[in-house]
Design a protein around this ligand. Structure first.
Ligand code: NAP
Ligand code: GDD
Length: 393
């Protein structure tokens, strides 16, 4: 019987990535500058390759000599801006990076891709990853972010593949935290349809490890950011918002809960941890975090100060405002961005990942804030007014 060809992605080579480039950050990050190395002979499949993490992971794996397959879902216009710089002509020789059509809600596409490629490692990064939006599309979020994981696991099992599996689990699992800091032994308390879906994916991954002796692991990753972060997430919304204000495209940035605290790190460092987990002797679940927590208000103050717009805060609750150097209101609270149930505080304990995997983050919180602001200023073609020390609260 003739075998079905893989559903190859027809690349459009839009090359818009240059606009997103963040070489200063990559330089400081060090070894992750994209380069060719000897073939490792290993094949990896990344779902969610067009997302923030997928783009960094693809770079890391290519630098390690992997043949990387990225699964892309159909959209009405190309959404490959984060990976355009990696896309190769699929007709060329020695192609190391290939894209293929598939969707986490389509088990037949997943089975076909898995069977045809036979990857040594699968990284399941695809998800409806927006916590706030998960309250609006809870069923869809459950299907993709939750059930999507078991579709992949079953595909690996049914095809009899010897494949290591990474599941992108989340600190959102801790939700209404029962202890701080949160570690691998902290009880979960999901607070959103997104977190509930991630809880299913976490447990089914662990279940396949125990039931079928699969090398299947969860990385419980705390928030990680970068200049490639989606514009809806608070860090990027802030850094892009500050740049838009400087560019005269925005008068005032509206935010939600300024008191929420997050443990923020750099996405490239966290993608490295994903790879390390699949190289361990034994499969296990790991927390990946910076071990620091900061309120949204502080991130905002630091970012605006970097842009030369130091803020002073006045008022409380929904009336709180951030005033710029000229006394203009540059930041306001809009309750529309509040969530039906909030995760107030996240603070991770990465001791196990450091001890067992030798993982160490290379980018500090301040470097992260600064590089995100700098990248957005460059993107919008504006300069910081005059960097000022922050009045962070
Ligand atoms: P992201 O930027 O939102 O990327 C999500 C990726 O999933 C995109 O490539 C998206 O494709 C893809 N996707 C969405 N629905 C899909 C579907 N039905 N079928 C196939 N692909 C689909 O997320 P991220 O920040 O890179 O995060 C990566 C993973 O880690 C996610 O699972 C997220 O939940 C998890 N996580 C993230 C963090 C964090 O702080 N970033 C922390 C913990 C866990 P399109 O480009 O077409 O939309
Ligand atoms: N998005 C957003 N927009 N969040 C805001 C805003 C705003 O205007 N104002 C305040 N926040 C607060 C949110 O209420 C939340 O407490 C915090 O900022 C962080 O929100 P997000 O940046 O949207 O991220 P998240 O923590 O909900 O989820 C991210 O991290 C998770 C890991 O903990 C996502 O990447 C998830 O996919 C990931 O699992």
């Amino acid at each position: 019987m003739e075998r079905r060809a893989l559903p190859f992605y027809e690349e459009t080579r839009s090359k818009t990535y240059a606009e997103w480039d963040i070489l200063p950050l990559l330089d400081s990050w060090g070894e992750n500058v994209i380069r060719r190395s000897e073939k490792s002979g290993k094949k990896a499949l990344i779902t969610g390759v067009t997302g923030q993490d997928g783009s960094y992971l693809a770079e890391i794996l290519l630098a390690k000599g992997y043949e990387v397959w990225g699964m892309v879902r159909r959209s009405s216009s190309p959404n490959t801006t984060r990976i355009d710089h990696l896309i190769e002509d699929p007709r060329g020789e020695d192609v190391r990076f290939r894209l293929v059509w598939g969707d986490l809600n389509d088990a037949s596409s997943l089975n076909h891709i898995l069977r045809s490629i036979g990857p040594n490692e699968v990284y399941n990064l695809a998800a409806q990853s927006d916590v706030k939006i998960s309250f609006d599309i809870p069923e869809y979020t459950g299907d993709i972010t939750g059930i999507g994981a078991v579709r992949l696991l079953e595909g690996i099992r049914e095809n009899g593949l010897q494949t290591s599996f990474y599941q992108a689990s989340s600190s959102e699992l801790y939700g209404k935290v029962v202890e701080s800091p949160q570690s691998e032994t902290t009880r979960f308390y999901p607070r959103s349809p997104y977190a509930a879906a991630k809880a299913y994916a976490f447990h089914i991954t662990r279940n396949y490890r125990e039931a079928y002796d699969m090398f299947a692991v969860n990385g419980i990753l705390f928030n990680h950011e970068s200049p490639r972060r989606g514009l809806n997430f608070v860090t990027r919304k802030i850094t892009h918002g500050a740049a838009q204000i400087l560019a005269g495209k925005l008068d005032c940035l509206f935010l939600g809960n300024l008191n929420a605290r997050r443990d923020w790190g750099f996405a490239g460092d966290y993608a490295e941890a994903m790879w390390l987990m699949l190289q361990a002797e034994q499969p296990s679940d790991y927390v990946v975090a910076s071990g620091e927590t900061h309120p949204v208000r502080e991130f905002c103050a630091l970012a605006f100060a970097r842009a030369g717009l130091p803020l002073s805060w006045q008022g409380e609750g929904v009336d709180e405002v951030g005033l710029g150097p000229d006394g203009d209101v540059l930041v306001r609270v809009d309750p529309r961005y509040f969530r039906p149930a909030e995760v107030d505080l996240l603070l991770g304990d990465p001791t196990k990942a450091k001890r067992e995997l030798g993982w160490e983050p290379k980018v500090s919180f301040m470097e992260l804030v600064n590089s995100m602001v700098d990248a957005d200023l460059e993107l919008l073609g504006v300069k910081a007014l005059e960097p000022q020390p922050s009045t962070a609260g």
